[in-house]
Write a new protein. Structure first.
Ligand code: OGA
Ligand code: NI
Length: 328
């Protein structure tokens, strides 16, 4: 993957022999090597799924069984097609990907290798196609042709799912079902199509560093390769792929508006040690891409004398800046 980005802008050298030398070496460059303390222990016993709640949303919409079954099938087809679309983007000719390449997320549609390269201390082993899909979606023509139709369709589906989730979360807190939707929690969507190439020295680097998401919620679909881990009571737990399951992460902004009732979850992705690439699609709701001047703070109805606000009213961008500043 670094091959793609680092080689992209230099034409005067012998690319083929340099690529071959790099590939033959089966070594990763120094910039990818993470401190040992951030890497999994070699003999660590893998803990699977312990404590990650698995929730079956079947029937949540109270639709007839046949209808629910059809919806299921359509949904599964959409998930699969979306993963294929993202894989297709990353595996197409470099010349095509180049048109979307930027160093950071500056455009509505950007292809980035190591979007944190200049902010993070160490690089990670993945590439990302990022699309700011709401509230101001790109013109479909701006989306890569190989995944254009499915991205548009996927966003519709995932937005519907997010409405259901925000309703359930609102009700779980004793609020009106529409409370979070009315706060526009589902109105900003940043879509990240990740591609984790096989890494020749996976024990030295990571696919994604430990982080929390700067969203209200992130809806994550992963293929069957695995590597996602969540930090629970100071222990890394594998969020092993389950066919048909979608991972929902609580993000920083949900933590703010619930005054810490729902805490954002720290997670990371191990460098890919399998035989083939790993693909995942993260839909982040309400990211700082929502350049709204609207102020957000803990929901008033949740506050009491014993539970005073832990956060000030601020724009989403300011909350993100504040929280990230504190935690990095
Ligand atoms: C993310 C993320 C995990 C994954 O995009 O924020 O954590 O499995 N992705 O790709
Ligand atoms: Ni994340």
């Amino acid at each position: 993957m670094m091959l793609t980005s680092s080689a992209m802008f230099q034409s005067e050298y012998d690319r083929d022999s340099e690529l071959k030398a790099f590939d033959d070496s089966k070594k990763i460059r120094r910039i990818f090597i993470h401190p040992k303390s951030n890497l999994p222990a070699e003999s660590g016993s893998p803990v699977s799924l312990l404590g990650i709640p698995l929730i079956d949303l079947d029937g949540v919409d109270n639709k007839g069984t046949l209808r629910a079954q059809i919806i299921d099938e359509v949904r599964d087809a959409v998930l699969e097609e979306m993963m294929d679309g993202i894989r297709g983007f990353h595996e197409q000719d470099t010349e095509v990907k180049k048109q979307f390449y930027v160093r950071e997320f500056k455009r509505k549609v950007s292809f980035v290798s190591n979007f944190e390269l200049f902010h993070a201390p160490v690089a990670t082993w993945k590439d990302t196609l990022a699309c700011a899909m709401a509230p101001n979606p790109p013109d479909p023509q701006e989306l890569p042709a190989v995944c254009r139709d499915i991205v548009v369709q996927y966003i519709k589906q995932v937005k519907g799912l997010s409405y259901t989730l925000f309703e359930l979360l609102s009700e779980a807190l004793g609020l009106d079902a529409n409370h979070m939707k009315d706060m526009e929690c589902a109105e900003g969507i940043f879509l990240l199509g990740h591609y984790y190439p096989v890494c020749p020295e996976p024990e030295l680097t990571l696919g994604a560093r430990k982080h929390t998401d700067t969203s209200f919620l992130t809806v994550l679909v992963q293929d069957q390769v695995g590597g996602l881990q969540v930090l629970h009571e100071n222990q890394w737990i594998d969020a092993a792929p389950i066919p048909g399951a979608i991972v929902i992460n609580v993000g920083d902004l949900l933590q703010v508006i619930t005054n810490d009732r729902f805490k954002s979850i720290e997670h990371r992705v191990l460098a890919n040690r399998r035989l083939g690439p790993r693909v995942s699609v993260a839909g982040a709701f309400g990211t700082s891409f929502l350049r709204s001047s609207r102020l957000y703070g803990p929901i008033k109805e949740l506050l009491t004398e014993e539970n005073p606000p832990k956060y000030k009213e601020a724009t989403l961008r300011d909350h993100v800046a504040h929280l990230k500043g504190k935690r990095v």
